[in-house]
Design a binder for this molecule. Structure first.
Ligand SMILES: [Cu+2]
Length: 665
């Protein structure tokens, strides 16, 4: 069973235990003695089951259980034990016909166990990892406060009925005054602990984490404004000039439907930027009328930091009437894309994106096909108003492809959620992932491909003498069709795609040498992804968090140029998080402890699904301050975003229309 399923099962068992402890308390109050005894036994048993589920989760990683092991379960174990010791004997006696079973103490102790069970689950949902002393103090105080209040409410009720005779006696009165004294003292302790916990939560957090490396800056400061791209192409290369004007426009989809879009040059996707290796790409971005601002981020392309398009970090957002020129050498071959990085959760979805494809200079690919012979389609996958569209800029979803022709499909997921891709009707090879070639990709067929948000897959095959269908999300009516000749039937073999197994990229292709040693890292950062209450852009929110915090309160990760840097990315939440580091590709080492055994897998976006733990590594060779975030863009907007900062690099762009002021990302 996957860790994600164990997380869900543990939540279910926790909910059940809460319900049973409360039911035990209520049946005790109602003096349904037999029922109360049965429910109490059930509550204890389910609590023991919970110990098992938590133990199994602990085996998957400490991150998944820390607050349960250190706070939730001990609290429930303590309160539950007291409840069993106080209420149990009375209930057993009542069952044998002696006494009425539910004393005030018994009721209070059982209900306190219920509060403890509830508090444990609330802490998991609202705070999660890491557990802090502040959280523990506040939680325990609240449970104790609940116990004290319950004692005040329940005790007189119980006494009025069961112990009516005793209360009037002098020793009864002494007991009451002793209880009052204990109540006030307990109340004072609880308020003090809660106050201390609350105070601790306001302590300023670290602003930088060093990942075990040096934190002291010995370097002369470099401004991001000076980390700009090369001014000229490589020998033999040319300058590829573009002007992209961001403006609102009405755009017609392939289906014929018209939508209100935000566009580059009035088109969605924006102009296709293509270049040959060694060319210089120069793009002037203008903003006509997109309020707030726009930028261009070259997704997956390791440009110099000043060209990266991260507002408030590498530049100011380009407001209406303003412009900005990006310039960088096309020295990475492959399939990439560009998009706005300002309020990108809205802008990209509305159409501010386009494709960037760089081909080898000599026209020959590693796979031996001549570039000129290929049917070469660049295909962003984008969802408009709930409809998934797979089409190039011509909007066509039907393409001719002569039998025997080498075909390359460049799939780009421009959405915030993953897509499942099936290529039906031909075997194929996945020759590149995120623009980087796979070593000796084997031929596959009848497999599903999991394309993360922001990710790219290059698929290559020889066109058969029959139609080929590209099916997205198992929707047989959508997607793309290639036809060998005009009178070929429309239908490829597209039935039953949902049952095809998923191709595991960690076992695809053949191992090869990597350019640096990956066993020892100079710095190691762990990012635990979850949901929880956190400050996001200065406001409290039910955020998507990294290590319990939201943007911009997540500490910067500090690296030094040349460092080997390792990330452990852990997903405690129930949603998929496509993790994306700017300015670098990362090498996948393992998923859930299982090492990558196929081709070296270099990616800029990797999907961390619920319960998964990924280990990746990269060498810090591109100085700057780089966004490091979830590429589910609404998640990033709701806090799941931080910065990787090279020692000595500074930014002058932290002011208005920066990241904090405008949620730019
Ligand atoms: Cu996410």
């Amino acid at each position: 069973m996957t860790t994600g399923l164990w997380i869900i099962l543990d939540h279910v068992v926790a909910l059940l235990s809460i319900a049973l402890w409360f039911a035990a308390g209520v049946t005790l109050v109602l003096r349904r003695t037999r029922l109360a005894l049965a429910v109490l036994v059930a509550a204890v048993l389910v609590t023991l089951v919970r110990v098992v589920t938590v133990a199994i989760l602990a085996g998957r990683g400490w991150w998944f259980v820390q607050e349960k092991v250190l706070l939730g379960l001990p609290m429930l174990a303590a309160a539950g034990s007291v409840a069993v010791l106080l209420a149990g004997p009375q209930l057993l006696a009542a069952r044998r016909g002696r006494g009425v079973g539910g004393s005030a103490r018994g009721v209070v102790s059982v209900l306190t166990a219920a509060y403890a069970a509830l508090a444990g689950l609330v802490v998991t949902f609202l705070v999660g990892y890491p557990l802090t002393l502040s959280t523990a103090l506040i939680t325990i105080s609240l449970v104790c406060a609940g116990a004290l209040l319950t004692a005040r409410v329940v005790a007189p009720l119980a006494e009025n009925t069961a112990d009516a005779g005793v209360v009037q006696a002098p020793e009864g009165r002494r007991a009451i005054s002793r209880r009052r004294f204990l109540g006030w003292t307990g109340g004072a302790v609880v308020v003090t602990a809660a106050g201390a916990g609350t105070g601790l939560s306001f302590l300023p957090a670290e602003s930088v984490t060093t990942g075990g490396g040096s934190g002291r800056s010995s370097r002369a400061a470099v401004s991001i404004a000076d980390l700009r791209g090369s001014g000229s192409p490589a020998p033999g290369g040319m300058v590829r000039r573009h002007v992209l004007t961001a403006r609102k426009a009405t755009v017609r989809l392939p289906s014929g439907r018209e939508i209100d879009a935000w566009t580059y040059n009035g088109e969605v996707p924006g102009p296709a930027i293509t270049a040959a290796e060694g060319d210089l790409i120069e793009v002037r971005l203008r903003n006509a009328d997109v309020e707030g601002g726009v930028t261009l981020h070259w997704h997956g392309y390791d440009v110099p930091c000043g060209e990266d398009g991260a507002p408030g970090v590498t530049q100011m957002a380009v407001g209406p009437g303003e412009d900005f020129v990006y310039r960088f050498r096309a020295d990475q071959v492959g399939t990439y894309w560009y998009h706005t990085h300002y309020a990108s959760h809205v802008g990209v979805q509305k159409g501010l994106y386009g494709t960037l494809v760089v081909k080898p200079r000599d026209g020959q690919r590693a796979d031996g096909h001549s570039a000129a012979e290929q049917v070469d389609l660049t295909l962003p996958v984008h969802t408009f108003d709930g409809t998934v569209v797979v089409a190039g800029r011509d909007g066509q979803t039907q393409h001719p492809a002569p039998p025997g022709a080498p075909v390359r499909l460049r799939l780009i997921n421009t959405d915030s959620d993953p897509h499942r891709i099936v290529l039906a009707g031909t075997p194929f090879r996945m020759v590149a992932v995120d623009g980087r070639d796979i070593n000796q990709p084997g031929e596959v067929s009848d497999v599903g491909l999991h394309l993360p948000a922001g990710g790219r897959f290059d698929l290559v095959f020889l066109m058969p003498d029959a139609p080929v269908a590209l099916v997205v999300d198992d929707d047989r009516d959508g997607g793309l069709r290639l036809r060998p000749h005009a009178d070929a039937p429309d239908e490829g073999r597209i039935e039953g795609t949902s049952s095809l197994p998923e191709l595991d990229l960690l076992r695809y292709g053949v191992p090869a040498a990597v350019p640096f040693g990956t066993r020892k890292a100079d710095r190691h950062f762990t990012m635990v992804l979850d949901r929880g209450v956190a400050m996001v852009d200065g406001r409290p929110a039910y955020a998507h968090t990294v290590n319990g915090r939201g943007h911009p309160s997540i500490p910067d990760q500090l690296v030094t140029e040349g460092d080997i840097v390792r990330f452990s990315v852990v997903n405690r939440s129930l949603e998929t998080h496509p993790w994306h580091l700017h300015g670098h590709s990362v090498l996948i080492l393992s998923r859930d402890g299982t090492p990558s055994t196929g081709s070296p897998l270099w990616v800029d976006t990797f999907d961390v699904r619920p319960g998964e733990t990924w280990e990746v590594v990269f060498r810090a060779t591109n100085p700057g301050i780089w966004m490091n975030h979830c590429h589910n863009l609404p998640h990033a907007h709701q806090g799941m975003m931080l910065r990787l900062r090279y020692d000595g690099v500074t930014t002058p762009f932290g002011g208005s229309r920066g990241e904090s002021a405008g949620h730019g990302h």
